[in-house]
Ligand binder design. Structure first.
Ligand SMILES: [Zn+2]
Ligand SMILES: [Zn+2]
Length: 384
């Protein structure tokens, strides 16, 4: 044949390079970077050789190879677009980049992977360059060119990666299975609960609540044996204020109460399978009348207790929890009963285990009776 010596040597050279690529195990990122360059240059060479179609000898060389090996190599030799999935893989999750972001030091990761690293340390996971300012700006812009290349040239892989991401998001959005649990303080329906989030695992948890759009997580107090107690309250995120160093101030309000059915863990934070708690409705008109009377009496008693508090305490409560909610026209309007009961339970000076026992009740009557006992006790102290 009329073999062009330059092309021939390029072929031999690239064939060697190719073998190295094919047999390459998990590589460090620097090595990967150089391989990517080599492979791209290899495929360019192959294309030019084949396009010229000028060397039968070379083609025979390929054909004589093991058929299977050839097939996989063919993909590498003639990649449709010149991109290998392994080369556009995140070094943190070892998967195809999803929403790739590039740090000021030039390293690229999936957005969510990088954010998880920054939860722990404001520095680049690869080169350790400080990313304090990057974190403070929270301006994680997707690297458009890379994103486009992946979608365009690795369409199938991207589809697959996308599906995995959606599946993960769906799992994280379930509000009864594997619900994230913040183990911290007592929370009650309708009562605001401001949180200062600084632990890495809870930063992740809050971000997931926002990313998935549920904007909810469970709140429980700790339990020395089980990790966290059997009853809790969902908290709904009203706003998140991220501080420059990655901590955040989260404004939440209590939602549904729940009973823990089983416990689990997810990426460092607790999770639980839960069932929601709802008050049992009183249907009998006589019972309802008595319930209303009890309700009115306890409400009155609560107002008296609050008015008799020292100014300092009253102001503290008002500042923290706002004013006591008004009475409601229909005391059974919601499955949690009147809001003022929860407000009162939050501000009363009683131990969390006792608060918890009231939270877990699904009878408004029982709840009112318990609150009545507490108020009567506190008033007896006030008067002495
Ligand atoms: Zn990743
Ligand atoms: Zn870096």
């Amino acid at each position: 044949g009329k073999q062009n010596p330059a092309q021939s040597s390029a072929w031999t050279h690239s064939d060697e390079g190719l073998k190295r690529v094919c047999s390459a195990p998990q590589l460090g990122d620097q090595e990967k970077g150089s391989l990517l360059k080599r492979k791209l240059s290899v495929s360019e060479t192959e294309h030019s050789v084949l396009a010229n179609g000028n060397n039968k000898h070379k083609k025979q060389g390929v054909t004589s190879n093991n058929h299977r090996a050839r097939k996989t190599r063919m993909y590498r030799i003639f990649p449709e677009g010149g991109l290998d999935p392994n080369d556009v893989e995140c070094s943190l999750c070892m998967r195809l980049f999803y929403e790739p972001v590039t740090t000021p030091c030039g390293h690229t990761f999936c957005k969510s992977c990088l954010e998880r690293c920054l939860d722990h340390m404001p520095q680049c996971p690869l080169c350790k360059e400080s990313l304090k300012e990057y974190l403070a700006s929270r301006n994680y812009i997707v690297t458009a060119l890379l994103d486009t290349l992946i979608k365009q040239y690795l369409g199938d892989e991207y589809e697959e990666r996308s599906k995995v991401h959606q599946e993960e998001t769906r799992e994280l959005s379930d509000l009864t299975k594997n619900v994230p649990i913040f183990v911290c303080t007592m929370a009650y329906p309708t009562v605001p609960c401001p949180l200062h989030v600084f632990e890495p695992r809870y930063r992740l948890m809050i971000r997931r609540c926002m990313d998935t759009g549920t904007r909810q997580f469970g709140m429980c107090i700790s339990d020395p044996e089980k990790g966290f107690v059997d009853y809790g309250c969902m908290l709904i995120v009203r706003s998140v204020h991220f501080l420059p160093d990655g901590r955040s101030v989260v404004d939440t309000i209590g939602g549904k109460r729940f009973h823990v059915l089983s416990r689990g863990m997810k990426d460092g934070y607790s999770t639980a399978n839960i069932e929601h708690l709802e008050d049992t409705k009183v249907e009998d008109s006589g019972d309802l009348l008595r319930l209303q009377e009890l309700h009115d009496a306890v409400y009155e008693q609560a107002c008296v207790w609050f008015q008799n508090l020292k100014n300092r305490f009253r102001n503290q409560i008002l500042q923290h929890f706002g004013a006591m909610p008004e009475q409601e026209a229909n005391i059974q309007a919601t499955t949690n009963g009147p809001a003022w009961c929860w407000w009162l339970l939050a501000v009363l000076p009683i131990d969390p285990p006792y608060q918890l026992s009231v939270l877990s009740l699904t009878s408004l009557r029982d709840r009112l009776v318990k609150i009545q006992h507490i108020l009567t006790y506190l008033q007896s102290i006030q008067n002495n």
